[in-house]
Design a protein around this ligand. Structure first.
Ligand code: C2O
Ligand code: CU
Ligand code: CU
Length: 512
């Protein structure tokens, strides 16, 4: 079995920034084009840590901002190829000249020059993704959270060369209604490529009555919110490292579906009484805590990987990088969602009004179902146990003491399991002040404990990404069903993508 690792293609990661000539100079979503206000220039100090240096950066707030309409990513229409739904994606390079007046910012997107369309699929649907890479550099496209064979998963072994294409195919086999996303997943290039705007949402419908009882009209009462805490350098590039994030002259921008909430609060008017918001933290490193500006309660219906067992009434929701959550609001009049953005050492960068939601609905929706999902507890009596320690040595980010920055290191340290194995993992954050999180490809996991305590709230549902506070552990359990491959690996890693690029990632082989 060990031999299998040696079959893996060895790819040398290449640096990203593309010099490809500029395509259409739009920002992807038309509504953004009109926006171009610079923030007020409040200063703040970044916390000192091993990786975050203390510098003064231009922070912007939108306390006095005007409002503009929230852009909503297009829903990608599939074409039919003999019963297979084919979704065509093309990576495109571009620029943005409106986000910061006087700066030309290098961007990239799928089928646009920033972010990508939303892909909606249903359990049992045969799909293919035809991906063309028009960038000057290689990329990959990973389906974060999708239960899919490792050869189609879009990790570092699925390189799409510059000018090349890749056509992964699968039958959707999720068994859960969930909000997933897609993004590049090369070795050492993820932060840079995601920072440019290569990210999009992937929505899975499981056909369940519970999902149907929630708002499901995309763009009408079912709304994607791709949140990005970004920083733009004085030279006009999105930061892809901690140092660049807070470098002198950098400007922080909080983007919602590509629109700068820092400059103007996005508005959303819905014609229904109830609205479902699918929140994705697509930031490289920052956690985002979402709350209503009046401190009122709202309802969480899903975490990362599935609907929660039952609706959860909450007043704030912390979402670490890569995580998703679905919430439901029934706004009477207008409500404002605020986001508090924190860096990797939990220092608050800023708070921003990220969305103003108003409803003109006169409909009277049924009460939410008491039960949204039934989760059968995995039996771990015969489970293999493993431990994963996330740590740092200065700025180098380690998992089990390893910085896996090359395919050779990935091969030599791959975790080997077998099809249908049930496993129980302890994930420990051994860093003293740096927050990490843990993301597993292939299958979602159940949470056994968080810092020694029985899980509560959103941790009662399936997850694929979970935050691990410094000096604490989480215990999770999972079963590696359906897909095995003796050549292709899944990945497990911290989803602070700067840490991931620094090597806080291991391969996982599910052997038949
Ligand atoms: Cu969102 Cu391994 O990735
Ligand atoms: Cu993933
Ligand atoms: Cu980390």
């Amino acid at each position: 079995m060990a031999d299998a690792r040696n079959i893996i293609n060895h790819r040398k990661p290449s640096r990203f920034p593309t010099r490809r000539q500029v395509l259409a100079g739009t920002f992807g979503f038309g509504a953004l084009a009109a926006l171009a206000r610079i923030g007020s220039g409040t200063s703040f100090a970044e916390e000192t840590t091993a990786t975050d240096t203390t510098v003064t950066t231009t922070a912007t707030t939108n306390a006095t901002a005007a409002t503009g309409t929230l852009p909503i990513p297009d829903l990608l229409t599939a074409t039919d190829d003999g019963g297979v739904s084919v979704f065509a994606l093309e990576t495109q390079a571009g620029t943005n000249t409106t986000l910061i007046s006087g700066k030309t910012i290098t961007t990239a997107g799928f089928n646009s020059t920033f972010l990508g369309p939303t892909i909606q699929v249903t359990d049992g649907q045969a799909v293919r993704f035809d991906i063309t890479n028009t960038l000057d550099d290689e990329t990959t496209v990973h389906w974060h959270g999708l239960h899919i064979a490792p050869s189609e998963d879009g990790g570092p072994q699925n390189i799409i060369e510059a000018g090349g294409t890749w056509s992964p195919a699968t039958t959707i086999n999720q068994g859960e209604a969930c909000t997933l996303w897609y993004h590049p997943h090369g070795l050492g290039t993820t932060a840079e490529q995601v920072s440019l705007g290569l990210a999009g949402m992937l929505i899975v419908d499981d056909g369940s009555a519970a999902n149907a009882a929630l708002p499901t009209a995309y763009g009408a009462d079912d709304i994607p919110l791709i949140m990005q805490s970004t920083s733009v350098s004085s030279a006009g590039s999105f930061a892809a490292t901690n140092a660049a994030f807070t470098a002198s002259g950098a400007t922080l921008k909080f983007l919602v579906n590509g629109m700068s909430a820092t400059d103007e609060t996005p508005t959303l008017s819905v014609a229904y009484s109830r609205v479902r918001l699918r929140l994705l933290n697509a930031s490289l490193t920052d956690s985002i805590t979402v709350a209503l500006s009046d401190g009122g309660a709202f309802t969480q219906v899903a975490s990362d990987a599935a609907l929660l067992p039952e609706p959860l009434s909450i007043t704030s929701l912390r979402i670490s990088p890569g995580e998703r959550a679905e919430i439901v609001l029934e706004p009477s009049g207008t409500v404002t969602l605020r986001a508090t953005v924190r860096n990797t050492t939990n220092g608050t960068r800023y708070t921003v009004s990220m969305l103003e939601v108003s409803s003109t609905g006169t409909d009277t929706p049924d009460a939410l179902p008491d039960t949204l999902n039934t989760i059968t507890d995995l039996d771990t009596t015969d489970a293999t146990t493993r431990t994963f320690t996330l740590s740092n040595s200065g700025a180098s980010m380690l998992i089990n003491g390893i910085a896996a920055t090359t395919m050779d290191i990935m091969d030599a340290n791959a975790i080997m399991t077998t099809l249908d194995a049930v496993e129980k993992w302890t994930i420990t954050n051994a860093s003293t002040n740096i927050y990490h999180n843990f993301h597993l490809h292939d299958v979602p996991f159940q949470v056994v404990s968080v810092a020694g305590a029985t899980p509560t709230g959103a941790n009662l549902g399936w997850r694929d990404t979970i935050e691990v506070a410094p000096g604490t552990s989480v215990v999770i359990k999972m079963q590696f069903t359906d897909y095995a491959d003796n050549e292709y690996m899944y990945m497990l890693h911290c989803h602070n993508v700067v840490h991931e690029d620094d090597g806080m990632m291991l391969g996982l082989m599910v052997m038949s």
